[in-house]
Design a protein around this ligand. Structure first.
Ligand code: GCU
Length: 621
């Protein structure tokens, strides 16, 4: 086994740096060397299945609207910024004007907007700091794993920069080994949720721009060579074979990989190639396929050298045949609902098992077998709950509304987030659809952008279906689905609001549909706003009766669409949005929820529940 420091050459540190650091020359040279240790963040598949040291809890926090903690007034990145977490010294020539230990606390995970009234609208850089102790162990890599930081984030350990990341809804891990001390340490993060035109998503969204370390933060230790990514799935052609691959980071070619499913007595070994990837095929006689009705999960053990991951996975196949969606070879109708990652009751970004169980519990009460997790990748608690509860999932990359589709940097950001989404979550049986976008304008630049994104998704994961939520055109009483992007998709998603943004509920009765694609169609959004507890006539907008009336007219209309294969009415629960100011009704919440943010079920909830449970919507499956 190589000595612990030999590996750093693989991470870009020079031998000379190692020697200097190793013999402990001046702190400055170590600092200078350590600066070279900043490596790009990686994606750890199944990170939530690994033992971890949680860094959740209270962190000191300082809002820094001008980002003066990182940038000088010449806009140069500082070498002695707030990330050094310096404590005031009596003989300091200058007063230290920031001290995290005196600063107010923010809970991690959690957005800052809903933790402090003064931060509800805050948009800008926020500094976080916490101390932690660490006992050096005979392992080789320690990663700081961040479930999500919205939107841009920078991280330092003991004053040494360890990585930075862009993207507000995907997980990443930073190698912090070189910066760790045995004993007491501190980690500083800067998170900036400022919206920019070339961000993904861009300036305008219909949800609150909750900023911060919005999902779990932990330390994960892995041996010198370790499994960073893997993909295991049923071979569509041969129902009793699991195929896939396991990637070993920093491993020499020829490393042995083992995959086993003890309950089935199944085991496979494979050898890594020059790229560290080992191809796996394993016969699995007697395997019970995962279905929404019986979401069977198996313990799956993966190992390579000293590393091991103990997964919990379901196995199923998903494909289309003509206009049908086939789950395990049988046609299925997706009885769903759309869900934002808004926390029930407390509001703000959802992040806990309890949030997931509440939201998906309501979806199960509705009679759903499917959920559209809009408009960005949700966290592992939601996906684990969907695997466990038997809810098929539409997962979405936040290519939302009018991005800068002609900007190659924006495409690179969208692909990076897609990489992180797919490589983090590719082993969840529940996920069947990767959505590329939502309601993007039909322009040639947009179509090229999303075609590129879709082929990237297919290259990452050929086992799932590609979709997007498209806008539809209206000619008289006919809705026309002819967005050229439909050519690229496996499953067509469309959003429409007949009865809310278009006419009255009974307009649905006389609306025809013209669909230019012989492919499965999901109505990915329809609905209406209602304030929970506001009652009146069914013609009075914002009443629960009006919202229920929209559903009563929408459902029979949609049932007439021959290739309708699913729906996800907008939306399960009211969610915060700055676009929805109507005082006394919206109060900065989008009120199209079937349930209020305080858990009050509206009349439309039971209208949809009856349609799903009586199977009066969609073909019975
Ligand atoms: C759009 C959009 C949603 C939005 C909804 C609405 O379809 O996709 O994000 O919240 O309409 O207007 O409520």
């Amino acid at each position: 086994m190589k000595p612990w420091f030999a590996r750093y050459t693989a991470h870009g540190m020079t031998q000379s740096c190692l020697v200097m650091t190793f013999i402990g020359v001046a702190a400055l040279s170590a600092m200078a060397c350590a600066a070279q240790a900043v490596s790009a963040p990686i994606v750890l598949t199944g990170a939530d299945r690994r033992p971890a040291t949680s860094l959740n809890g209270e962190w000191g926090s300082i809002a820094d609207p001008y980002f003066s903690g990182l940038f000088s007034f010449h806009h140069e990145e500082k070498k002695n910024g707030w990330f050094l977490n310096r404590k005031a010294q009596p003989d300091d020539p200058f007063p230290t004007e920031y001290d995290f230990s005196k600063a107010p606390k923010l809970k991690v995970p959690g957005d800052w907007n809903t933790q402090r009234a003064s931060l509800l609208y805050y948009e800008g850089p926020m500094w976080y700091e916490r101390d932690f102790s660490y006992a050096a162990k005979p392992h080789d890599h320690v990663y700081l794993r961040v479930g999500a930081a919205n939107y841009r984030s920078w991280f330092w350990v003991n004053g040494q920069k360890v990585c930075e990341h862009e993207g507000g809804y995907t997980a990443f891990a930073c190698d912090v080994t070189v910066a760790l001390h045995d004993g007491s340490n501190f980690v500083v993060a800067a998170v900036d949720n400022t919206r920019h035109a070339d961000n993904v998503p861009t300036l305008q969204t219909d949800w609150w721009n909750y900023g911060g370390l919005i999902r779990e933060v932990s330390l994960i230790e892995v041996p010198e060579t370790f499994i960073d990514q893997y993909d295991l799935h049923l071979d569509r052609g041969e129902g009793s074979v699991i195929e896939g691959w396991v990637h070993v980071m920093d491993g020499p070619p020829g490393e042995k990989v083992e995959v086993s499913i003890p309950e089935l007595g199944a085991k496979a070994t494979a050898i890594t190639d020059a790229d560290g990837k080992a191809l796996v095929r394993m016969s699995v006689n007697g395997l019970q396929r995962w279905t929404p009705e019986e979401p069977k999960l198996y313990k799956v053990d993966l190992s390579a050298g000293e590393d091991a991951v103990h997964e919990l996975m379901g196995f199923r196949t998903i494909e289309t045949r003509g206009t049908e969606i086939l789950l395990n070879g049988k046609p299925i109708f997706l009885r769903g609902v759309a869900i934002h990652a808004e926390a029930p009751y407390r509001t703000g970004r959802a992040y806990s098992d309890q949030d997931a169980d509440t939201l998906l519990g309501w979806a199960k009460e509705l009679g759903c077998n499917y959920v559209r997790l809009a408009h960005y990748p949700h966290d592992e608690t939601m996906l684990r709950a969907a695997d466990r509860l038997g809810l098929l999932v539409w997962s979405e990359n936040p290519v939302y509304w009018a991005l800068e589709f002609d900007n190659p940097k924006v495409l690179a950001k969208a692909e990076q987030q897609l990489d992180e989404e797919i490589n983090t979550s590719r082993n969840h049986a529940a996920i069947i659809l990767w959505s590329m976008a939502n309601e993007t304008p039909n322009t040639p630049e947009r179509t090229r952008f999303i075609e590129t994104e879709a082929s990237h998704a297919r290259s990452l994961d050929p086992t799932r279906l590609i979709t997007a939520a498209l806008l539809v055109r209206t000619e008289g009483h006919t809705k026309i689905v002819d967005d050229p992007l439909g050519q690229t998709l496996d499953v067509i998603g469309i959003n429409e609001y007949i009865g809310w943004y278009e006419g009255h509920p009974d307009l649905a009765d006389t609306t025809q549909w013209k669909i230019d694609f012989q492919k499965p169609l999901i109505v990915s959004e329809f609905g209406a706003g209602a304030k929970a507890g506001l009652h009146g006539s069914k013609d009075e907008r914002w009443t629960e009766e009006y919202q229920a009336e929209v559903f009563r007219h929408q459902l029979p209309m949609l049932n007439k669409i021959p290739q309708l294969r699913g729906m996800s009415p907008w939306v399960l629960m009211d969610f915060r949005s700055p676009n929805r100011p109507l005082t006394g009704i919206q109060d900065e919440f989008n009120r199209k929820g079937l349930v209020s943010d305080q858990g009050q079920k509206k009349l439309a909830f039971s209208v949809l529940e009856k349609a799903y449970k009586d199977r009066t919507i969609g073909k019975a499956d």
